[in-house]
Design a binder for this molecule. Structure first.
Ligand code: ACO
Length: 338
């Protein structure tokens, strides 16, 4: 990756894109065999229904910002930047350290990014794509030069470990990307974003907010845990990610055959296979880590992006398709020229 602080390759006509990525997964691994001891399930059910074999779980004293900061440090080091070079930090998360201040402010404190404006963005599993596009437009609009965009989650904290229909799905982790305007950057060519709040009841965390403030009753009813109507979500996830991907391809004039690597939200192998068939892209084009990481919501796409880059799956000039779907519902797709 190039150093983006220099003037080389920077000009008004240079595109805004990614100059570095980083990721962090907590040390502790929870396997399907471990889950068999916790709920009425089996490795066979989890593997065949989801493709997930294990997931990383944050330590009790690790908050989302701690995971995010570790991923950010790796991205900064790869970019050859220091924290004070950042003028924008956006954290996409549904598991903030606190309601407020933002997790991005905690990341700022951890890194010492004293010049950065910081805020969180909440679009569930689509959060990283939404944040990437927000940062891109803020840099394009002027006034911001180097943006740190992070997807980070400690989903283990909102998982009901007695509910077998959800607790087998999720994991913790963080992925980061640094955006700047440079000819050396991996340009973000097109991003499509969409939402449908009419379907918010199918995937949510109902307790603790202004609708159902925390009370003995909400705790008793376990409303402080994530709820999901899996079968319905599955259906919408396939259709929505497919539509967003096709729209991003159409708007950018790119054909699916020209895409070298597809990085989908890592919720379920069957979702990826269903999209793959309809999109007309062979399975070898997908970078998948859901067998090792499970669904990390907003962290899924950036962790996979960082891993794919580190594994040499993304060559300069390759066209990369990101796609995601999550609670809200929200969904989106991005095409990046690596
Ligand atoms: N072990 C064993 N059996 C189980 C388990 C388990 N862990 N979980 C559910 N079952 C049972 C159910 O009780 C049900 O039994 P029944 O037929 O006797 O009633 C049966 O398995 C089938 O349940 P379904 O929910 O229909 O199973 P499905 O094949 O739909 O798989 C899953 C469930 C994996 C959740 C799937 O629906 C899915 O992946 N949905 C999409 C998730 C997603 O994409 N989320 C995206 C966003 S996440 C976010 O935004 C935070």
């Amino acid at each position: 990756m190039s150093n983006c602080t220099g003037s080389d390759g920077v000009g008004p006509e240079a595109p805004v894109g990614i100059v570095a990525t980083g990721s962090y997964l907590p040390e502790k691994i929870l396997t399907n065999a471990d889950l068999v001891d916790m709920v009425d399930t089996s490795d066979e059910w989890i593997t065949t229904r989801t493709g997930i074999r294990e997931r990383h779980i944050a330590a009790a004293d690790q908050a989302t910002s701690d995971l995010a900061a570790r991923a950010a440090e790796r991205a900064l080091s790869q970019a050859g930047l220091t924290a004070v070079d950042l003028d924008l930090i956006i954290v996409a998360t549904i598991t903030p350290d606190m309601f407020f201040p933002s997790t991005a402010c905690f990341v700022q404190k951890h890194l010492g990014a004293s010049r950065a404006a910081c805020f969180d963005l909440q679009a569930a599993c689509s959060g990283f794509i939404f944040a990437l596009e927000t940062a891109r437009r803020m840099i394009e609009g002027g006034g911001f030069r180097n943006a740190l965009v992070i997807g980070a989650e400690k989903l283990s904290g909102i998982t009901d470990w007695t509910d077998r229909s959800t607790c087998v799905l999720f994991g913790d982790g963080a992925g980061a990307a640094i955006l700047t305007r440079s000819h050396d950057a991996h340009a973000i060519l097109k991003t499509v974003m969409a939402s449908d709040g009419n379907l918010s009841h199918l995937l949510n965390l109902p307790g603790g907010g202004s609708r159902n403030p925390t009370s003995e009753q909400t705790l008793h009813d376990r409303l402080h845990y994530l709820k999901m109507a899996g079968r319905e979500v599955f259906k919408y996830a396939v259709g929505s990610m497919l539509n967003a991907s096709n729209e991003a391809l159409k708007q950018s004039g790119v054909k699916i055959d020209d895409i070298a690597c597809i990085i989908p939200h890592q919720a379920n192998l069957r979702i990826v296979q269903a999209i793959g068939q309809r999109l007309g892209a062979p399975v070898e084009k997908y970078y998948l880590n859901l067998d090792r990481c499970g669904n990390m919501s907003a962290a899924s796409v950036p962790v996979a992006l960082d891993e794919a880059a580190a594994a040499g799956r993304l060559k300069r000039g390759d066209l990369v398709l990101l796609m995601a779907f999550g609670g809200g519902f929200t969904w989106g797709a991005s095409i990046i020229k690596w």
